[in-house]
Design a protein around this ligand. Structure first.
Ligand code: NDP
Length: 445
């Protein structure tokens, strides 16, 4: 790492003790930014990096609610409003027991660069709670969401901060959150949340956008080597919103997706995942992948274990952070991997990224490859602002254009800085310069 940035990094890490994931995200970005500061010493003078690593505002709050037995439950809620240089804070809410400030800050920090790369007017933020929706009834989830919004509503708004979904927050949760926002404020402010239902202000393609976008970005990477998804053997991790739609899009382009996972285990379906059955089990029934294996012949279910034990030419990690480590990366590379597109945020460890890059594997980092979700959220905001709703085809074309544009921005930035094919460098520098320029223009705030 550039020596000038090392000192800033050390200060940031010391100021934010115990936040391992935030540290990891910061270090990964800093490692790309040395050459930018050679060209732009004004960024150092204006302490852009120090400011960028300090969120503009961090909100932590109590979320009390009652379960179906009438017992009082207490969770912790977070919203980190990281950077508004390019637009209102924008980023999802995650409900998962692993959520703490360090996770929310890593996600919010990544979101700044991701949102900048989309070319849309959105700043970076993230939030969530350590609430675990798994095994909870609809009524419990509703009471939790209502309590969460009873505090959050005062911090958000269509010109301030616009949350969306993430792990554990899908259409059901966004519905309960929106209902409570409307009830408290007495305003039908569609632009305050994205990921809404189609009949009440949502956008077509938003549910599919992150998974579709990840595949579109990966397809663009494959094209640079004269190939495509057609005929590839693909492994996807996770079986939630991003994973399912990545499976669907990859197969529509001619790939065979042979495996996917949930937090209990993984399935191997050599004939190619049946997307309809997967949606039925995971989205409609909120069941487990094991149920999929019981309903389709020729499917193996592996309890626990890592889905990265299954060979693939293309890997799409779409579950969670640090799920793919250096050993798994080395095994995949040995067995013929040619490309990785990160649907999840920071799913590959630093060691895994190094393995992929040294082996010349095409590697699309999450902040570029999974930006289709937030980009389509911004399209939802556009539709809300003009009280319009676009067709599926039109919106999907906009998403495709945006993903092709992000790929181009990353690739051309990597070329410009003398590291062709390094999408990590391209994404970090491409996003950073845009935000840094805006921060400089807006003065010391
Ligand atoms: P979902 O909650 O819909 O699905 C998450 C999936 O990952 C589930 O299959 C879940 O398994 C699995 N999973 C979650 N945590 C773990 C864990 N600790 N260990 C193993 N498996 C786990 O979330 P999304 O699909 O929305 O999000 C997936 C990833 O994509 C996250 O990294 C998120 O930040 C990122 N992302 C999401 C966007 C979106 O639009 N939704 C936008 C950009 C990025 P189980 O079913 O057992 O819980």
């Amino acid at each position: 790492m550039d020596a000038r940035l090392e000192a800033i990094r050390d200060t940031v890490l010391a100021r934010n003790p115990g936040e391992a994931e935030f540290h990891q995200a910061v270090v990964e970005v800093f490692e790309s930014l040395g050459p930018v500061h050679d060209r732009h010493p004004e960024f150092l003078e204006a302490a852009i990096l120090e400011r960028l690593c300090e969120p503009e505002r961090q909100i932590i709050f109590r979320v009390p609610w009652t379960d179906d037995q009438g017992r009082v439950q207490i969770n912790r809620g977070f919203r980190v409003e990281f950077n508004s240089a390019l637009g209102p804070y924008k980023g999802g809410l995650r409900f998962h027991p692993s959520v703490y400030l360090g996770i929310v800050k890593f996600l919010g920090f990544e979101q700044i660069f991701k949102n900048a790369l989309t070319g849309m007017p959105i700043g970076g933020g993230k939030g969530g709670s350590d609430f675990d929706p798994r095994g909870r009834s609809d009524a419990e989830v509703m009471r939790f969401c209502q309590s969460f919004m009873t505090e959050l509503y005062r911090h958000i708004g269509e010109y301030t901060d616009v949350p969306a979904g993430d792990i554990g927050v899908g259409g059901r949760e966004i519905g309960y959150l929106f209902g409570q926002y409307k009830r408290i404020t007495n305003r039908y402010e569609s632009g305050v949340l994205t990921g809404k239902g189609i009949s009440w202000g949502g956008s077509l393609v938003r549910p599919e956008a992150t998974g579709f976008g990840t595949v579109i970005f990966t397809e663009e990477m494959l094209k640079t080597r004269g190939t495509s998804f057609d005929g590839q053997r693909v492994v996807v991790s996770g079986s939630g919103n991003v994973a399912i739609n990545a499976v669907a899009k990859a197969q529509s382009l001619g790939a065979t997706v042979v495996a996917c996972s949930d937090s209990s285990g993984y399935i191997v379906d050599e004939a190619g995942i049946d997307v309809g059955l997967l949606r039925q089990v995971k989205e409609v029934e909120r069941g487990r992948l094991k149920d999929y294996s019981l309903r389709r012949s020729g499917v193996a279910y592996v309890e626990a274990g890592s889905v990265w034990d299954v060979d693939a030419t293309v890997a799409l990690p779409c579950a969670t952070q640090n799920e793919l480590d250096g050993d798994a990366a080395a095994r995949l590379v040995r067995n013929g991997l040619i490309a990785v597109g990160e649907g999840a945020n920071m799913p590959s460890t630093r060691e895994a990224v190094a393995v992929f890059q040294e082996a010349g594997v095409l590697f699309g980092p999450g902040k570029a490859a999974n930006a289709g979700g937030v980009a389509t959220s911004a399209l939802e905001m556009q539709q809300n602002a003009s009280r319009d709703s676009w067709s599926f085809e039109h919106t999907e074309q906009r998403l495709t254009d945006i993903m092709v544009g992000i790929h181009h921005r990353c690739a051309s930035t990597a070329d410009e800085y003398g590291e062709p094919g390094n999408y990590v460098l391209g994404a970090n520098i491409g996003g950073f310069v845009k935000v840094a320029d805006a921060m400089l223009a807006q003065g010391l705030i």
